[in-house]
Design a protein around this ligand. Sequence first.
Ligand code: GDP
Length: 299
Amino acid sequence: ARRSWRERLSGSSFARGLSSLFSRNPKLDDALLDELETTLITADVGIEASTSLVEDLRKRMHKREFADAAALLAALRKELVMLLAPVQRPLDVSGRKPYVVLTVGINGVGKTTTIGKLARRYRDENRAVMLAAGDTFRAAAVEQLKTWGARNSVPVIAQGQDADSASVIFDALQAARSRGADVLIADTAGRLHTQGGLMDELGKIARVLKKIDAEAPHEVLMVIDGTTGQNAVSQVRQFRQIVGVTGLVVTKLDGTAKGGVVFALAREFGLPIRYVGLGESATDLRVFEAEAYVDGLLP
Ligand code: GDP
């Protein structure tokens, strides 16, 4: 399994940059650290995180803590794992019944795909899963979810066009309760250009869910696109002003993602990264593991 993380992450500019930096068996000097800093910044790690990481390593190098570049690389690995360890907190959906997962995030980030993958995962764990087609703004999103549900024998609660999202999700939670479902995953709209509208809508959804279960939603899972770099970071910042995000999914880390955004997110928010998307198939949505992720990036 470890090898597959590496296969998927090796194309990122993070992995390629470090590989070219260290494969030359470089001299341990300030120029190497400067290059390392540039590599991290260009890989979306973020300026602050990159700078503080490299300055720490530089001090240690000046104290002659590292015998060679390999020792520096080992220290870097340790630092990177330490950055990500606090956000490795997997989602446990077994505590409540039904466990209500509200998914949020802007259009195109892979939200619908992620819902399908999650439903598969929980179903394969022998849980009864239901979906709520709460992105009532996009007819295509409702259809996509319905088709997926039909193909995988997972019930999807939906209403007609222009239905009220909160009403769909309220009905879905009632249905999930009466059918004894274990997990309800609700989709929501993702148009950030009307922030006020989205805020009202998500607020209303949370309020109506609480009429049925005072603690619902149990997870507000925000899906972000790993290829969008610092833009993904600002999306999280914006959504956190709208709704109490409790966990993140970072998708598309396999493709053209630079790989570093996960560190920037961990440092800025400390929110649990529940899953990462390393490809388009259902099994490519992995439970986030700090060590596997870092080892997938390093040479
Ligand atoms: P939504 O608008 O947020 O609901 O986005 P969709 O779920 O429709 O996904 C948009 C595109 O991203 C689709 O083509 C997905 O197959 C693709 N996608 C989603 N997650 C991943 C991933 O982890 N890796 C890759 N390579 N593609 C992904």
